[in-house]
Design a protein around this ligand. Sequence first.
Ligand code: ZN
Length: 443
Amino acid sequence: MSINLETFDTNQVGIKIYDLISELYPICRSITGNGVRKTLHILERYISLAIYEVPTGSQVFDWVVPKEWNIHDAYVKNAKGEKVIDFEKSNLHVLNYSTPIHQRMPLTELKEHLFSMPEYPDLIPYRTSYYRENWGFCLSYRTWQELEEGEYEVYIDSALEDGFLTYGECFLPGETDDEVLFSCHICHPSLCNDNLSGISVATFLASYLGSLPSKRYSYRFLFVPGTIGSITWLCLNENQAHRIKHGLVLSGVGDAGNMTYKKSRRGNAEIDQAVIHALKVSNKAYAVEEFSPYGYDERQYCSPGFNLPVGRLSRTPFGQYPEYHTSADNLEFIKPASLADSFATCLNVIQVLEHNKNYLNANPKCEPQLGKRGLYGTLGGKQNTKAREMAMLWVLNLSDGTHTLLDIAERAGLPFQMIYEVTEALLQAGLLREYSDGIEKTR
Ligand code: ZN
């Protein structure tokens, strides 16, 4: 496989990713229900998805698949019959997973079921109550303050019934059964960065990888509700989870902040090395976080019983921007350029993973004479001739079967792409042989 980002119009991809987010934005999603199904059906226009329906009550490790939740309408009317809170204006207004209700009550009783944020008085907070039956409304603190004493009509036309948990899976077979996992959560309603950005970047990655004629790895894209979805997938696929050799959870990849990588629980997995290298050579500011057992679905993939090499790629980490889990995580908050940059970062990581192999120097006793093989100073007439010569010397010197190309790139302080390109030239000149698990491969 070869990804040539120089010929790739990532800006155009950024706009397309943004357009998909715009289409998904109005849908009221939750951890179960028709919002998830509708979302997955839209993704099916871009990629082929296997859609799974897991019944309510299914035991998945220590958890149980909950009842399915669907909502049609909800409002609060004041004594004059005016809608003071209206689900049609924003689906964040309803406490996600609210049980149905149609009742009149005084303001004091209503207020026990209202959620707002005095610290951000104009924003509607996003709140859920998945595992404790409750009803409620979320509203801006300004609206909350304007509520007058009196009787209110409370109406939530929802259904919480036995049904299914729905998730989608896009599997792209490669030359080996070894897999690269991309996982994103699909349970949030009208919130763009968290996590329509992850869903849409993953969709375009899957679409692009699907268009390539060959891949070293198989690729698995999971579109699952947060926590319960990844737990369900791991429970149903326990026996094949070991095939995941590298993985990334994608979330919050559309805001204008810098990239942040959260390491896998292992901390020194190839995915950790590959992402950090890709960020380092991007010449943009970035941050690396150590693993912690809190966050998105990396918590499940990195639970000790699986301990998969799965890290998390985000831009500004969740909870560290005021728009997080509020109505301000909207279409203005995310940027096509940021989405494009996140997409390109993922492709750079994939490029490293696909080509990161061990080689053996076929001429290890003293340096081979590069000049007579046309390898000195003539590599495609490109700039960085000196750096390319250094790259060749490093590859030849460290190709003893114990260093991957990524190890060599790190040791040489050179971009992986350059190390990979000179490796191809050295292979063609017969100066390297592929080496894997102690067995030389003929090429
Ligand atoms: Zn969230």
